[in-house]
Design a protein around this ligand. Structure first.
Ligand code: GTR
Length: 415
């Protein structure tokens, strides 16, 4: 295995400091070493993915029973302990309050705002859910829920502001309910303040090297929203699709892996520690993500900085844990930071587990060309022309994918 050391770059920061005694000037030079990210496919090192079909007793996974009873729990544990942290299972109380319920979008939908309150160890946090339910659709209706890592204006309940990042009208017109909550309700996306949310309820996690951090908290929040959907008679809780973009897409995968009540997962441009294979070391790498966002993953994850080969898992195993449920991953052609090829290869390498369930993947052997969505497959994929973002084009294909799986509708696209 070759670690490419020719990508070393030196960032030299010069800092001038002046003393108080007149004209003494000190030149301080801090050499800061960082590994530049690789964007050259020919420089992807050789790598061997961990064998997800081999149990810790070295025996091969032969059937669904081996997978579900033995191997899947082993892998889930590895992800918890090394990457995303624990998923707290107990809470003292959970309360749902509908704070608003009214006609919206000129009568096409009902806006329902819900406050979800979780209490534990004498502390309470609130998750504010915005939900639109189509009026014309037969109830209960399938729903998409976005783990929103961008500004709340993207999910404006008044619809004064509209955003392609969460095109609520498009979903309503297609017969789906659409919901969203802010990640900051669970854990502020800030290395100083991230514990000022759900981690106030589970402070023990903070002293654990395998404890939950921000991305785990966001995924955990999606599960509390799922708890609410199970109690809303208008929502088909067996058809809940969890959606996330980028850092939110890392959380949507972890939510779907942890909580098998989610029927489908969408991970949009999620890249490193999302849908992309870490061992390819293409675009963003573990050392970089841990340095820029030390509050996202466990302390243990730092051990894998510049040491991808020693990780006991890779991201194809995260996708495999979602099997046999459908997963749709996207990239954008100019978003090499998130490694479009590595994302596609993660899906491909998860196929063996989908095969156990005879859940059919029709992904081609190599990544499809730009703007060629693979819809009629248990794992879907597209690489949209353009920048790192979530757009109306992406959502249009999420809807096609959901139509295919939820309604088995014919005639959706040519693939
Ligand atoms: C980047 C980060 C990515 C991705 C992205 C985003 O700065 O390196 O892993 O999560 O932010 O969330 O938009």
């Amino acid at each position: 295995m070759t670690i490419c050391n020719h990508f070393f770059s030196y960032k030299v920061s010069l800092r001038w400091a002046s003393g108080s005694l007149g004209f003494v000037v000190l030149l301080l030079i801090f050499p800061v070493f960082s590994i530049a990210q690789n964007y050259d496919e020919t420089k992807v090192p050789e790598y061997v993915l961990p064998d997800m079909m081999k149990m810790t007793n070295r025996k091969q996974v032969r059937n669904i029973g081996d997978w579900e009873k033995i191997r899947r729990p082993q892998i889930l544990r590895l992800f918890e302990d090394n990457i995303y942290g624990q998923f707290p299972k107990s809470m003292d109380s959970l309360r749902f309050t509908v704070t608003e319920n009214k006609s919206s979008m000129e009568g096409k939908s009902v806006l329902r705002k819900v406050l979800i309150q979780v209490s534990h160890h004498g502390k309470t946090i609130g998750i504010n859910l915005t939900l639109f339910i189509p009026v014309k659709a037969a109830l209960p209706v399938p729903v998409f829920v976005l783990i929103n890592n961008r500004g709340a204006e993207n999910t404006d309940p008044t619809r004064d502001k509209k955003s392609d990042f969460w095109p609520a009208e498009m979903l309503i017109d297609s017969g789906y309910a659409i919901a969203a909550f802010q990640v900051s309700d669970l854990a502020p996306d800030n290395k100083e303040t991230f514990s000022n949310g759900v981690l106030k309820l589970y402070t023990e996690q903070l002293s654990m090297d395998n404890g939950m951090r921000a991305i785990g908290a966001w995924a955990w929040g999606a599960s509390r929203v799922m708890d609410y959907f199970e109690r809303d008679a208008d929502i088909d809780s067996k058809k809940v699709t969890v959606v996330g973009h980028s850092r939110g897409g890392k959380a949507s995968l972890w939510a779907a892996a942890q909580d098998q009540r989610f029927a489908m997962c969408i991970t949009n441009c999620s890249g490193n520690t999302g849908a992309a294979l870490a061992r390819r070391r293409f675009g963003e790498r573990i050392e970089r993500i841990n340095t820029s966002f030390p509050h996202w993953f466990t302390n243990n994850y730092k051990k894998f900085n510049n040491n991808e080969d020693s990780l006991p898992v890779d991201q194809h195993m995260l996708i495999a844990m979602i099997a046999p449920r459908p997963v749709y991953a996207t990239n954008a052609s100019k978003d090499l930071w998130a490694d479009p090829t590595g994302t596609f290869l993660s899906l491909k390498n998860a196929e063996k587990v989908y095969d156990l369930y005879q859940a059919k993947s029709t992904l081609p052997a190599n990544p499809p060309v730009k703007n060629y969505p693979i819809i009629r497959s248990v794992m879907g994929y597209h690489n949209r022309e353009g920048e790192h973002n979530m757009t109306a084009y992406d959502w249009m294909n999420f809807i096609r994918f959901a139509n295919f799986h939820y309604q088995k509708k014919k005639g959706y696209g040519n693939n």
